[in-house]
Design a protein around this ligand. Structure first.
Ligand code: B12
Ligand code: SF4
Length: 498
């Protein structure tokens, strides 16, 4: 069977936690979920195609032409809750023109499995991992079509949406490596990228902590072994010329023995690769940071959330301001850049608490900051509370097409959504418009593309941000490398694909 997965471009949404400018400059990333899906299909003996229409700047019509030439038996899409309706438009368009079945998967199917498939467009849904589901589905599509026998599947039958039991949770370690050979690996970059080629890796699922704003809280930890991780790093280095990796795990350092072994392996292999990861301030100490630095770690993203202890406690973050100060000081002293994630509009937040947070952020001398508007995201404790208390589930209504994209209420703070939006913008401007900060960053850029990306982002942040966030029909992600993209498109045209 032939499965073609499509990663569509997506626009800024009012209900998301980030500002439009953050979304625009966040980066162009490999569509990793579907790269796993394709790898799983290929391992089972099927043919796979993955079209990253977002990075390649392809329109629906361009993608249709490519698919007509490739002739898939089934189309695949990854669904997040936030971008569900936009991806659904792509599903409808391509399905109407190609007349092949569509399977959807991804995080939104964990939250709203039946609803996701009940809408017009998708024929099948994979509500957990593709690991067992996809090979069995492809087998049934080619043969008997007994969909009830496929584990973890949602499908439509006689006007009803049916769901099969999901079967045992596969070990993440047993997955093949994502099918990066199907991707334009030299086009990816994130805001902080210093080297090319850049990629993203995910080496564990889940997180044992229980921060109340986070959907990963208290989810089963399912890691890949150090050997598997090192094997993927080596593959990235030799096969795809990757020189910078961002480990996108919810928390890369949950298991001290695992991270120790990964770092030891990286030091031993002596590959010319730098990397970044996310972790908590209470998971690092001097010995670990020294080892991470030696292993090529150049940036760590820490969840700091607030500069007010009372707010950290209300978020159930389980860390103190002193722990934050110590971890950031150590990280920077050892020559690793530190990024801090902060929340705006937390429970009990006022203008005064947020001023304290900005002062705290500045005092830490972080290399990067990200301020996000605290939002009741699906599967978080705040979302559960909101649904319980109001009886309305905005996200469910949104994916069913019953609610428009809009900022969600934040009953836990007296600040209005408009004030939170303004404070978030102000925080970015206040943090970045400091002469010493600007000088330091200008002197430390490593390439022309890094300089251009950061310079344009700065200009847009200071001069082009609207007062209150609005939708933008012409929204596109910052085109990292327009020259390389054009040559890709030219080559493809020469080879007969649009
Ligand atoms: C890498 C990543 C990205 C990358 C690439 C996109 C991708 N998912 O491949 C980038 C940066 C582009 C991205 C973008 C966004 N992301 Co993202 N992303 C991730 C991240 C960190 C890892 C995904 C991954 O590879 N996981 C490991 C694989 C093995 O697991 P998996 O993704 O669940 O995939 C398995 C199954 O779900 C299933 N499956 C998944 N897709 C499909 C498709 C088919 C056809 C089938 C059959 C099965 C299937 O099979 C897979 C293999 O078993 C996850 C968090 C996480 N740790 O999982 C967030 C996550 C998926 N992203 C999230 C969000 C919010 C976004 C954005 C909206 C952010 C933004 N504002 O821009 C966008 C939306 C993109 C879109 N088109 O909708 C949320 C989704 C929450 C939700 N309720 O939907 C997550 C869970 C992060 C979070 N904690 O909030 N993301
Ligand atoms: S914020 Fe970080 S530590 Fe807290 S639950 Fe989420 S992933 Fe885990």
């Amino acid at each position: 069977m032939r499965i073609a997965c499509v990663f569509n471009p997506f626009k800024y949404k009012l209900h998301e936690e980030n500002l439009k400018i953050v979304q625009r400059y966040f980066g162009l990333f490999p569509p990793l979920s579907m790269a796993w899906v394709c790898a799983i299909a290929e391992r089972a003996g099927h043919d796979a195609l993955l079209i990253d229409a977002r990075t390649l700047r392809l329109t629906k019509e361009d993608v249709l032409d490519r698919l007509k030439a490739w002739k898939p038996d089934i189309l695949g899409f990854m669904m997040t809750t936030y971008m569900f309706r936009e991806t659904l438009e792509w599903v409808s368009f391509l399905k109407k023109n190609l007349k092949v079945p569509v399977i959807i998967g991804g995080y939104n199917l964990r939250v709203y499995p039946e609803e996701s498939v009940s809408v017009d467009g998708p024929d099948f849904g994979c509500f957990n991992s593709a690991y067992h589901t996809l090979p069995r589905l492809l087998e049934e599509l080619a043969g008997q079509r007994r969909f009830g026998d496929v584990p973890g599947l949602i499908y439509k039958e006689n006007g009803l949406v049916r769901m099969t039991p999901s079967g045992p949770e596969p070990k993440f370690n047993d997955y093949p490596n994502p099918a990066r050979h199907l991707l334009p690996n030299d086009l990816y970059a994130e805001f902080t990228t210093e080297r090319k080629n850049f990629t993203v890796m995910v080496t564990s699922k889940g997180c044992p902590n229980e921060c109340l704003f986070c959907e990963a809280g208290h989810t089963a930890y399912n890691p890949r072994s150090p050997e598997t991780v090192l094997g993927e790093v080596r593959e990235c280095y030799t096969r795809y010329n990757i020189r910078e990796i961002d480990f996108f795990d919810y928390d890369f350092c949950v298991d001290r023995r695992r991270i120790d072994a990964i770092c030891d392996g990286m030091i031993k292999s002596n590959l010319d690769v730098t990397w970044a990861c996310r972790t908590r301030v209470d998971y690092v100490d001097e010995a670990l940071l020294c080892k991470m630095k030696k292993a090529g770690c150049s940036r760590i993203y820490f969840g700091i959330e607030s500069g007010v202890q009372e707010i950290l406690d209300r978020l159930n973050k389980g860390i103190s301001l002193q722990q934050i100060r110590d971890a950031i000081e150590m990280t920077r002293r050892l020559g690793i850049m530190a990024l801090g994630f902060f929340l705006v509009g937390s429970p009990g937040e006022t203008r005064e608490t947020f001023s304290q947070t900005i002062r705290f952020a500045k005092s830490l001398q972080l290399d990067y900051v990200q301020f996000s508007k605290l939002t009741a995201k699906p599967l978080t404790p705040y979302w559960r509370q909101m649904v319980r208390e109001t009886g309305v589930d905005y996200w469910r209504d949104y994916i069913l097409g019953l609610a428009e994209d809009k900022p969600l209420p934040r009953p836990w703070t007296s600040l209005t959504n408009e004030e939170i939006d303004l404070l978030t913008k102000k925080a970015y401007v206040m943090y970045h418009c400091r002469p010493m900060f600007l000088l330091h960053h200008t002197l430390h850029v490593k390439s022309w593309s890094e300089f251009k990306r950061k310079f344009y982002a700065f200009l847009e942040m200071v001069f082009r941000q609207e007062r209150v966030s609005t939708l933008d029909e012409n929204f596109v992600a910052y085109p990292e490398d327009a020259g390389r993209l054009s040559s890709y498109r030219r080559n493809n045209r020469r080879n007969g694909v649009s």
